[in-house]
Ligand binder design. Sequence first.
Ligand code: FAD
Length: 435
Amino acid sequence: MQDVVILGGGVSGCIAAQLLASEGLESAIVEPLARPGGNHQSWDHDEMTFDVGSIFFRTGTPFLRMFPFLADICVPVKPALQRIVDDGGLLTYPFDFRGDFADRGALEKLMILGDITWNRLWQRRPGTAREFVHHRMGSRLGRTTGLLTYMERMFGEPADSLSISLADKRMGQVSRASTLRKIRKLIRQDPARRAKPPQHMVRPQAGFAAMYRQIYQHLESQGVRIDLDCAIESIRRSGDGFTIQTADGIQQARAVVNTMPLNILCNLADIPVARALPQVSLKTICCSFRGDRNFDGNVLYNFLSTGMWKRMTVHSDFYGKTPDGRAYMSVEFPYRSEIASDIALLEDLRSSTRSVGLFDGDLQMAGSHVTPYAYPVPTIANERTSAEMLEAITAFGICSVGRQGRYDYIPSANKAVNAVTRILNASMTRPEGTP
Ligand SMILES: Cc1cc2nc3c(=O)[nH]c(=O)nc-3n(C[C@H](O)[C@H](O)[C@H](O)COP(=O)(O)OP(=O)(O)OC[C@H]3O[C@@H](n4cnc5c(N)ncnc54)[C@H](O)[C@@H]3O)c2cc1C
């Protein structure tokens, strides 16, 4: 019997395997999907490479410290994050001190500052995402920056029902950048004294699979067994441990670490649930373009009040244009239950961007891909349901971690390292009999 079976070979599964190996525990990753990397996915169309979008790695951060050899194969880039707003303005993402504040008239600036101060002093303790944004940046900036519209488009829920924890994790970056203290700091700060930014990188041009193959090789060299494309049929308690029935046979382990979606885990382990947790799915359309795109950022966020798309990543800025000179980009469309056809999505992108003067030229689509479990839907009710599910899973004896495994919006691989480490340290006691 092995010490631990890890369900899922994405970011969190690899982190868990590394942590367990460094504790001298024997583990095996069982990944039901045929490709490595979980939701770190990429696809090729003709000479172009696309992915699930805007995934940057930075030197000195936990993920690269854990797997430092990735720095040799990833591509150094300079992220240029922009957001498009309703008057056609292109502003820095997440907050543009000049565009959102300094360039406004004196009266407007006073109203913004007064609004932030009033909300800080008199608004009751925030309970929802809308209240959080109002509390942090005032209702005026919350509206004019387009932040609330963006948040609602991303999760398909009114900001009044989104929980404050989501607002803090996903949108905290934006609202923190626009607090009174930050605005004051920016006014006073000498640009020459700002801290040197770390080196950003994107995945190798060969794709996420190439990157994960290196991670898997590294884990295997430490004794981790990895079974890809291995459908899991059931998980049962047996004696002091667990029996995992897979399409390839039976695996037995003293402990199980889960990183798969909670709905799927509860179904496999026969854990009763009150209701299934909803998900935000993502359709990514892979586009190419020739002409004047009229923005120079390599990531563009849709803060317009129109358009179903949420974010675009111009991969050709990282990997080079096609031999015949076309730029290419992934464009993400979040959805809850039904999504429009590819043609309708392309038309949505064309009309919303042309209305603000972008993409003057030939915009075409090369393909599309669906990510069914892209984000949790962080309403207050769903957080309560996921907490109940996690309680039942813990009582069953499984330690569940990661974005899917905790129904938690973990925005990056770095945050995943911290979250998985914290939970594994807190909840994994060494199985009896191990050194
Ligand atoms: C839209 C989007 C944007 C992202 N942006 C960033 C970014 O900017 N920076 C960054 O570092 N990372 C980014 N990520 C990746 C994100 O960080 C990782 O998904 C996150 O770290 C969680 O990894 P995880 O292993 O917990 O979960 P996941 O990789 O989401 O999944 C874990 C496991 O769940 C199982 N699973 C997932 N979906 C299914 C399914 N449909 N059916 C059956 N099993 C399934 C698989 O076994 C998988 O290995 C992004 C991901 C998405 C979807």
